[in-house]
Ligand binder design. Structure first.
Ligand SMILES: Nc1ncnc2c1ncn2[C@@H]1O[C@H](COP(=O)(O)OP(=O)(O)OP(=O)(O)O)[C@@H](O)[C@H]1O
Ligand SMILES: [Mg+2]
Length: 293
């Protein structure tokens, strides 16, 4: 799992640490799978090195480019459970940090207990925290965690007044899909607390291997055609004729799967073209596919 390209010193320390994990069976279920195919080697290596050095990593890339897969992959490399937060405009302090609730002890007496949220769990247990679509959250919610992300590595729990300092193994991986509808540019102070890694869509031979291993479509010629379609769609994206999401590998995989049972043009319409807003964009995808299938 650890490629030769990761500096030996880091590789040895990671191997050693992996052997000493003390995650409970419940937490171990949160360790991701190493299933990310790196479009370029530096993407995985730099993410691993930054995390090894205790930095927070921000994955930047369009939808369906494998950001979540990469986060799971590094969780596997570090053998650390990963707690996830999905951001939206109604994400609040409770969802991030936890909340107080009434519980009953063995004698039936009621007491107020604090149920830790994903940040608190990851910080105290020394696990990974994955903050998905971090630019969807309201700035005032995110500003709560500025102190967690810098040298202080601590937060005052507003519900209990307790100051929590992160376990040394605590790490943050966040993902952002810039320019996507509903997102706001990430606040500079927050962005500044991350090492950023750009994730492009997988292409060429590596994409072919991914489609071959992940799709139920077995026809090799058709799989190759989908790799070509993906390259053509990326060219149209670069020319400004299609939005980024038209290149999604997730959508491409869906199209391949459907093609195992329905004609490819219909699969392309269902999985890729029809979800685009603009009539001209839909036509551009269909045109690109028609020249190939
Ligand atoms: N580089 C990659 N390696 C492995 N799988 C990939 C890769 N790129 C895309 N995929 C596949 O595409 C799908 C989408 O990947 P993933 O969910 O990680 O994307 P994402 O960038 O997190 O998208 P979103 O921004 O929509 O959350 C998954 O099914 C995954 O298997
Ligand atoms: Mg994702």
């Amino acid at each position: 799992m650890l490629t030769e390209a990761i500096p030996q010193e880091i590789r040895e320390q990671l191997e050693q640490k992996r052997g000493q994990t003390n995650a409970t069976a419940e937490d171990a279920k949160l360790i991701g799978a190493a299933a990310f195919e790196a479009p370029r080697e530096d993407i995985l290596i730099d993410s691993v090195i930054a995390l090894f050095l205790g930095k927070n990593v921000l994955l930047k890339g369009p939808t369906g480019s494998g950001k979540t897969k990469l986060a799971e992959h590094v969780s596997a490399i570090f053998n650390q459970p990963m707690h996830a937060v999905n951001c939206s405009t109604d994400l609040d302090a409770e969802a991030l940090l936890g909340f107080k609730t009434l519980s009953h002890d063995e004698q039936g007496r009621s007491q107020i207990v604090f149920i830790p949220g994903p940040i608190m769990k990851a910080m105290t247990k020394g696990h990974f925290l994955y903050i998905d679509e971090i630019n969807m959250a309201k700035p005032e919610t995110l500003s709560l965690i500025n102190g967690v992300l810098d040298y202080r590595r601590s937060i005052t729990n507003p519900f209990t007044g307790e100051v929590i300092t992160a376990h040394p193994d605590f790490r943050v991986v966040a993902a952002i899909n810039e320019g996507y509808m509903g997102t706001v540019p990430l606040n500079e102070a927050l962005k500044n607390r991350f090492v950023t890694v750009d994730i492009p869509y997988l292409q060429g031979e590596a994409l072919y291997k991914l489609l071959k291993s992940k799709s139920v479509l077995r026809d090799d010629k058709q799989l190759r055609t989908y790799v070509q379609l993906s390259a053509d769609l990326l060219t149209l994206i670069e020319m400004g004729q299609l939005p980024d999401e038209a290149g999604s590998i997730r959508a491409l995989l869906d199209a391949c799967d459907l093609t195992a049972y329905i004609p490819p043009m219909r699969a392309v319409a269902r999985a890729i073209a029809d979800k685009l807003e603009d009539e001209r964009e839909r036509a551009a995808v269909i045109n690109a596919a028609e020249t190939l299938f």
